[in-house]
Design a protein around this ligand. Structure first.
Ligand code: G4P
Length: 526
């Protein structure tokens, strides 16, 4: 029974560079999966571009998006959990963290723009854990890049082998549909936001006239040529290679037109992995183990100062999680229990009695958790693979009210526990640097410090380019610190970090200190 629950579950995220169609595709997957009846339910949670300067609005929308943090639906006797990721690039770190909690991803690429900056970054994170990836090339109704060029670009820029499982017939205004390669059938394109099935026509022999009848002679010939090339290059899909993150199947479609979504969903449920074993500081933990374990990958604060509680999102990794049962918080070495663990779907919140590996549970938290915390039934270990990534923008905190030093410190500690930003303390002295991936975060922090903690501060720009965690020969590290003490900081876990002012200076350090390794994530041995 318990094992059946695990086999039923598939937990994944849809990721994309902003505007490629992540929100649209997520919504359409829910629509095809029967979880929602009308389009628009997810869209309203999207952080709109026009509000980039209005962080309160964004925070509000982020608050709403708690509701869609996890979208669960049943499809073909499976239980699908889609973990939502924020589209706004200033919250990219939230997305990276969410990726630690999924077992696979669907990557959306805009056929006009190809692989964009954020696509590359997200893939890098996926590659750290060999997360299986399915690529959905979206917006085929637009005149995009040549599909072969796109495949080439995907392989080169994302550093992964790709294999098309569907192939477009024409593109842009002449987009006729797609040919499903393994199943030898075509699906004809008709722009529609209503229909929730794809209509297939089986074409067992692509040399037959049947194909010409449906798509026109020119397109049919082009497809034959393309397929000849494809069949020469790609053997049948090796599912094992997909499961190990070595090969990414590619589909073509148009999310806004409900086209190719059914095909994607059906392949996803066949190919995508069930909850996978996870590495901890001590050993690998299999989902089938009877004892419960899980970790916190996201913390969402309540912006309303009257309700200071936060919601910590926990991914269940093994065993069965039960409401009101005491569990062991490893870092704090204490037992905690939860009266109202919650699941989220659209605007509905509901209290759950139990949860299984692959599930995500929302836990009301008054400050016990920080990102990466492990909960178990008593065993001491930490889940690995939930690193901090080097921030991209750094600012120094200047306290503006010495009477409120304690409040400022508490606020900084708690806000950085939520993963809003990272805090670094200078090796010598008491300088504090906050690092984030977006400007917006600084506004959020400053606002929250003032309104929630009554502390006022100024954020002074500092000229750092990257935070690099250092490992290697201790003596050499000491020597390096002597020489570069102004650039050495501690992170919150007392790890030593080199703040490099430029790529060039980082390269110099790497060359001059070959016995030290400089890492751009806080966790090095995944
Ligand atoms: P994101 O979450 O990745 O940021 O992207 P989102 O789904 O919001 O899509 C970005 C824009 O691309 C939206 O247009 C959306 O309608 C459009 N889009 C999504 N899929 C397709 C597709 O298959 N073909 C075409 N042509 N467009 C597509 P928008 O104008 O920004 O928003 P809206 O006014 O349409 O809501």
């Amino acid at each position: 029974m318990f094992e059946q629950e695990i086999e039923k579950r598939k937990t994944f995220a849809v990721i994309a560079h902003p505007d490629a169609g992540k929100t649209t595709l997520t919504e359409k997957l829910l629509l095809f999966g029967g979880a929602i009846q009308t389009a628009g339910a997810v869209k309203s949670n999207k952080i709109k571009k026009s509000t980039t300067s209005d962080f309160m609005e964004i925070e509000k929308q982020r608050g709403i998006s708690v509701a869609t943090s996890v979208m669960t639906f049943e499809y073909k006797n499976l239980l699908i959990n889609i973990l939502d990721t924020p589209g706004h690039k200033d919250f990219a770190e939230d997305t990276y963290r969410t990726l630690t909690a999924v077992d696979s991803v669907i990557l959306v690429v805009d056929c006009v723009k190809g692989v964009e900056e954020q696509t590359e970054k997200l893939m890098e994170v996926c590659r750290m854990r060999d997360t299986p990836v399915i690529v959905f090339v979206n917006k085929m109704d637009r005149d995009g890049k040549d599909p072969f060029d796109l495949l080439d670009e995907l392989e080169k820029k994302l550093n992964i082998n790709v294999q098309p499982l569907s192939w477009p017939i024409g593109k842009g205004t002449f987009f006729k549909g797609v040919y499903n390669i393994p199943e030898k059938k075509i699906s004809l394109f008709s722009p529609s936001q209503q229909k929730v099935t794809d209509d297939y026509i089986s074409i067992q022999d692509i040399s037959s006239d049947e194909l010409d009848k449906h798509v026109g002679a020119m397109e049919a010939n082009q497809l034959r040529e393309d397929l000849e090339l494809i069949n020469g290059v790609y053997p049948d899909l090796d599912r094992n290679a997909y499961l190990h993150g070595q090969i990414a199947p590619v589909y073509f479609g148009s999310a806004v037109n409900n086209f190719g979504v059914q095909e994607l969903l059906d392949t996803f449920v066949q190919l995508a992995p069930n909850p996978r074993p996870r590495l901890t500081s001590e050993r690998e933990v299999a989902p089938t183990e009877s004892k419960f374990s899980g970790f916190i990958f996201k913390i969402h604060a309540n912006l309303d100062p009257k309700h200071r509680d936060r919601i910590a999102f926990m991914r269940v990794c093994s065993g069965e999680f039960k409401r009101n049962k005491f569990y062991y918080h490893v870092r704090q070495n204490k037992e905690l229990r939860f009266n109202n663990p919650t699941t989220f779907m659209a605007s509905q919140k509901s209290i759950i009695e139990d949860a299984y590996p692959g599930d995500v549970v929302g836990l009301y938290d008054s400050g016990n958790f920080k990102i990466g915390d492990t909960m178990t039934e008593g065993e001491k270990f930490y889940f690995k693979g939930i690193p901090n990534f080097s921030p991209e923008i750094f600012k120094e905190i200047i306290n503006l009210d010495p009477m409120k030093t304690k409040q400022l410190q508490k606020g900084l500690e708690q806000l950085t526990d939520e993963g809003v930003a990272q805090l670094f303390r200078s090796y010598h002295g008491s300088r504090q640097i906050v690092g984030t991936v977006g400007e917006l975060q600084f506004e959020v922090i400053q606002y929250r410090l003032e309104h929630e903690y009554g502390a006022k501060c100024r954020m002074a720009p500092v000229n750092y380019f990257k935070a690099c965690w250092m490992t290697g020969d201790e003596k050499k590290i000491e020597e390096f610190i002597k020489y570069k003490s102004n650039n050495v900081f501690y992170d919150k876990d007392e790890n030593k970090v080199f703040m490099a002012e430029s790529n060039w200076l980082l390269d110099v350090a790497i060359k001059d200190y070959p016995d030290i390794t400089f890492h751009t994530t806080s966790e090095f041995k995944l």
